[in-house]
Design a protein around this ligand. Sequence first.
Ligand code: ADP
Ligand code: CP
Length: 311
Amino acid sequence: MGKKVVVALGGNAILSDDASAQAQQEALIKTSKYLVNLVKEDYKLIISHGNGPQVGNLLLQQQLADSEKNPAMPLDTCVAMTQGSIGYWLANAMTRELKHEEIEKEVATILTQVIVDEKDEAFKNPTKPIGPFLTKEIAEEQARETGAIFKEDAGRGYRKVVASPKPIDIYEAKTINTLVDNDIITISCGGGGIPVVGQNLKGIDAVIDKDFASEKLAHLVKADMFIILTGVDNVYINYGKDNEQKLTNVTVKELEIYKSEGHFAPGSMLPKIEAAIQFAKNNPGKQAIITSLESLGKLKGHEQVGTIITV
Ligand SMILES: Nc1ncnc2c1ncn2[C@@H]1O[C@H](COP(=O)(O)OP(=O)(O)O)[C@@H](O)[C@H]1O
Ligand SMILES: NC(=O)OP(=O)(O)O
């Protein structure tokens, strides 16, 4: 049986400048072509994905349409709604691509509840960017009007930020693993999972970072590899500067030194680095890889792909 791999899809694998359903479906059709290459290499795929732009846009729509007769959905439910929409688009695209390649496999999207701690410090310090990028002026105006908090996001503009607690457990992990062990491609932990607390899995307003939720899933299903897909082929030190340097094979120890030197932007690359370090530490001898969708095509046999992190 092939290697079990968790693949965390970054926002750019789903959304371009056009936030329409059609444009996102077209982006996911392109994404699926790359993912099916992994299926051809006999990897057992467990796919997760982000939802930052999508959940923020949905929340805005809900708030604009809010009325007594048609109340806005809370954030936990908006996360569930984006799990459903993105999960449907991706499952649909994967099914079509598998059929085109005459590969007989099923794809299942699982609405996933991720257990967090309601006492997590994240609820006092919102850091997770969601929704559109705004200018500083518009962000300040919206902050005055709504009381929401906006922060600058990796040099790309200002975005609304919400609480982003760490994942403690994944309620559907056993279900996901059962499906994968029965050769079904799964899509789960969408948007980091629906944040829930306590024995009764009560929903709570937050957006969990999908890289952390994906690492937790990779650990719980005993994945052989953890791949984080994003907008760059590799992680860099001195990123964006004249002396930037591509990282290829790097140890946890080296990466922790680079992290302490501030090379990884919070809210963008930093969570990926922390999730990759966590997986490598939890799974000595196994690889975490940070790379782009386009690089995946090179993942044939033992070709070097992206930045490989090992303990
Ligand atoms: N040191 C770094 N090396 C590579 N990319 C970095 C680094 N620091 C920040 N980045 C930026 O972070 C981005 C990935 O974060 P983000 O776009 O938020 O992730 P996602 O792909 O999950 O949406 C990269 O595309 C790059 O623009
Ligand atoms: N939930 C989440 O981490 O989404 P993004 O990757 O789009 O920020």
